[in-house]
Design a protein around this ligand. Structure first.
Ligand SMILES: [Zn+2]
Length: 154
């Protein structure tokens, strides 16, 4: 068994779509960044890579590389899953906590859970999607994701 941990943050910017967990969510701002800014998929990608002691997302997909501009972050996740498989492991479950002031994740959590489960090839009841507001942290204009993932030998 292996455990992996990933963390990511992105700043909210006006005029771009919001993507979290590979889903486009209704909101007046999106997350900036070189790729599509999907904070949750980035943290999951880093958790998977960390579990196999691999290079991190920034090393594999450097923001300085033009080919990752506006990239679909599912591409990063797929590469992490490919490396996990090559290392002889498969994901068992993952758990996440998002920290953001808006939009409210509660009503959207089920859809995010299903989509993330599908992307990771695990059952929906093996994906935890939790959200908090950034009380006292002063990060109202950012979205933060924390993820842990468990792998088993396959
Ligand atoms: Zn990121």
């Amino acid at each position: 068994m292996r455990i992996g941990y990933g963390w990511d943050s992105h700043e909210f910017k006006s005029g771009i779509p919001l993507k979290i967990g590979g889903l486009a969510l209704p909101h007046d701002k999106g997350l900036g960044g070189h790729s599509d800014g999907d904070v949750l998929l980035h943290a999951i990608t880093d958790a998977l890579l960390g579990a196999i002691a691999g290079p991190d997302i920034g090393a594999l997909f450097p923001p300085s590389d033009a080919q990752w501009k506006n990239a679909d972050s599912a591409v990063f996740l797929r590469e992490a899953l490919r490396r996990v498989k090559t290392a002889g492991y498969e994901p068992v479950n993952l758990d996440s906590t998002l920290i953001l002031s808006a939009p409210r994740i509660g009503p959207l959590a089920e859809a995010i859970r299903k989509h993330v489960a599908e992307l990771c090839g695990i059952p929906a009841d093996c994906v935890g999607i939790k959200a908090k507001t950034p009380e006292g942290m002063g990060t109202e204009n950012a979205a933060i994701a924390n993820v842990v993932v468990l792998l088993r030998r396959c």
